[in-house]
Design a protein around this ligand. Structure first.
Ligand code: IPM
Ligand code: MN
Length: 377
């Protein structure tokens, strides 16, 4: 197959991890006999520096004319420390989501058995956790009217949802639940917010079309607590943009590290794949960032956008095999055991590539990736 992929490394460690994601794409193309054509484009702080715009038109044109997008991260401490700056790197990411209609953000939280002991949560609470988040991505307080008034002394961000926005992502969540453990937990704040009451009403209506799927509702505050108390109680979680942003960072601790979590943003056109972590300027340039989130985003890309199930499984299986052999980046290393070998960003990427090349360990029967794949397709 011939496919065109746009690479958007962005800022900070986004560049380092995307380089590793591309290495994996190259190896997959070689082993499975595909042609992947790449185009690079600018976004975020880098794009502001060179064009004054966090999402230049040139980038947008490339994004609208490709088969899939692999994105790194955006952000820069300069903007975090100065709230008065009008042009910000994150605007590039938000505009891209909106312009491409990427309304459903899938964030699978699955714990690799090898990493059971790296989380700060007790292994007996974590074992077997497997959650798929559907975070709505183009509505909510992120995109509602915002501004200042009263001589700039009052600020507002409108939390707004339209029925169609809730309907379309709810359908996606229920459909995914059908391929999994058939349970949807919808998270809102319907005891306080009108937009959440619409959310709940619409989710209930859509749920009636999926009588085989169990639907429960939780308030965001309670969900945040239960997620850590009993992560196995969740299968598919369906929630809005802001609540989903917060809950999925929390849920990353169930998988051990933010450095492991991949995500897929899909809508009606092209799909965008990205680690859920940010630009992490505190570790940028040190070569220690964990590339596995980007590499696992490549696995999602191959499966969801290209329908390449076998290729996607090869990537996930290779990651599992590398972890099984004790290779770790610093963020997931349990240094109390001498079985662990610490790798840097680039050598971790190369290990995964080696595993894809070397079919033997990939076919190890002990490895089970099927459920992960099925859960997101
Ligand atoms: C994420 C990020 C973004 C978000 C930021 C960078 C705008 O935190 O993808 O989770 O809030 O959506
Ligand atoms: Mn976030």
């Amino acid at each position: 197959m011939h496919k065109k992929i746009v690479l958007l490394p962005g800022d900070g460690i986004g560049k380092e991890v995307t380089t590793e994601g591309k290495k994996v794409l190259d190896k997959i193309a070689q082993v499975f006999n595909h042609q992947f054509e790449y185009e690079y484009a600018a976004i975020g702080h880098d794009a502001i520096e060179s064009t004054g715009n966090p999402l230049p038109d040139e980038t947008l044109i490339k994004l609208k004319n490709c088969d899939a997008i692999l994105f790194g991260a955006v952000g820069h401490p300069k903007y975090d420390n100065d709230p008065t700056l009008k042009v910000r790197p994150e605007q590039g990411l938000l505009k891209m989501r909106k312009e491409l209609g990427l309304y459903a953000n899938l964030r699978p939280i699955k714990l690799f058995d090898e990493l059971l002991h790296t989380s700060s949560i007790k292994p007996e609470v974590l074992k077997g956790s497997d959650i798929l988040f559907f975070r709505e991505l183009t509505g909510d307080v992120y995109f509602g009217e915002k501004g200042r008034k009263d001589g700039r002394d009052t600020a507002f961000d409108l939390m707004i949802y339209h029925r169609y926005e809730v309907e379309r992502i709810a359908h996606k969540a229920f459909q995914a639940a059908r391929t999994r453990r058939k349970k949807v937990t919808s998270v809102d704040k319907a005891n306080v917010l009108e937009s959440s009451r619409l959310w709940r009403e619409v989710v209930q209506e859509v749920g009636k079309q999926y009588p085989d799927v169990q639907l429960e509702h939780q308030f965001i505050d309670a969900a945040a607590m239960k997620l850590i108390q009993n992560p196995r109680g969740f299968d598919v979680v369906l929630t809005g943009n802001l609540f989903g942003d917060i809950l999925t960072d929390e849920a990353s601790q169930i998988a051990g590290s933010m450095g492991l979590l991949a995500s897929a943003s899909v809508g009606d056109t092209v799909g965008l794949y990205e680690p859920i972590h940010g630009s992490a300027h505190d570790i940028t340039g040190k070569g220690i960032a964990n590339p596995l989130a980007s590499i696992l985003s490549v696995a999602l890309l191959l499966d969801i956008s290209f329908g390449m199930k076998q290729e996607s499984e090869a990537v996930i299986t290779a990651v599992e095999a590398v972890l099984k052999q004790g290779f770790r980046t610093g963020d997931i290393a349990d240094t109390s055991t001498d079985k662990v070998k610490i790798l840097n960003t680039s050598t971790m990427g190369s290990k995964v590539v080696e595993q894809i090349e070397n079919k033997e360990p990939i076919n190890m029967t002990a490895l089970n990736t099927a459920s992960f794949i099925a859960s997101i397709s």
